[in-house]
Design a protein around this ligand. Sequence first.
Ligand SMILES: C[S@@+](CC[C@H](N)C(=O)[O-])C[C@H]1O[C@@H](n2cnc3c(N)ncnc32)[C@H](O)[C@@H]1O
Length: 232
Amino acid sequence: MGTLFRDISRFIRIPVNRAGAIKRINEFYSKQRSIDELVDTAMDMGSKGHYRINSMQVRSEILSLVKRVRDIKPKTILEIGTCNGGTLFLWSNLASKKVITCDLIIHKYRKELYNKFPSPDSSCVVTSLEGDSHDPQFRKKVEDELNGNQVDFLFIDGDHGEEGVEADYNNYKSLVRPGGLIAFHDIVKNQPVAGNQVYYFWQRLKQVEQVEEFIDDHNQCGYGIGLVKVAG
Ligand SMILES: C[S@@+](CC[C@H](N)C(=O)[O-])C[C@H]1O[C@@H](n2cnc3c(N)ncnc32)[C@H](O)[C@@H]1O
């Protein structure tokens, strides 16, 4: 009886949540939106269940990053770490041609929804790739998807271990065009979990690259965005 009830409830909830998420996307695109409205929507779209879209960012930090990325008029963006699609919604609004987003698992319902992220007037296409960013076969998949082109912006927000984030930087930085941007999330030292070690890699990287930091409060726990300007 319990299982039957759960199945019926799921059967009803999934299409209702899907319709709710699509309605919110359509509402967003029903009028001209400011960059602040875009960030507010990406922070939490208010949708539910498998269709919940939200972001693990500090509003002021991600707003500063979005402005920098918008200024370079990106055609193509690559993201490692999709999670609930909040930052993907931002990139889908900024890139004119393509966004590739990667995560260990991306549910098929989410992939379908992500395809609807770019504005109806945009030619941008979203590609959701499932797998481990550290796997050379996965790296090859990303490269194939780019078809010989480079990206304008790379957002690294996947594995937060020191070695993991360093591997993502070393493996994917050559896919960013000269003059492009690479951003890292969670660069502050004080973190809610010991596994978040981006700070240690960031401290080394900022000695050798041209960087900018967006940190809302230097005493905060977690968050903080580091931006690298690729030479050229
Ligand atoms: C902090 S969340 C990303 C948040 C998202 N960028 C946002 O703010 O809207 C990190 C995501 O990275 C994914 N991840 C962790 N290690 C990964 C790896 N090696 N390859 C691909 N994705 C990974 C996790 O599954 C998780 O969904």
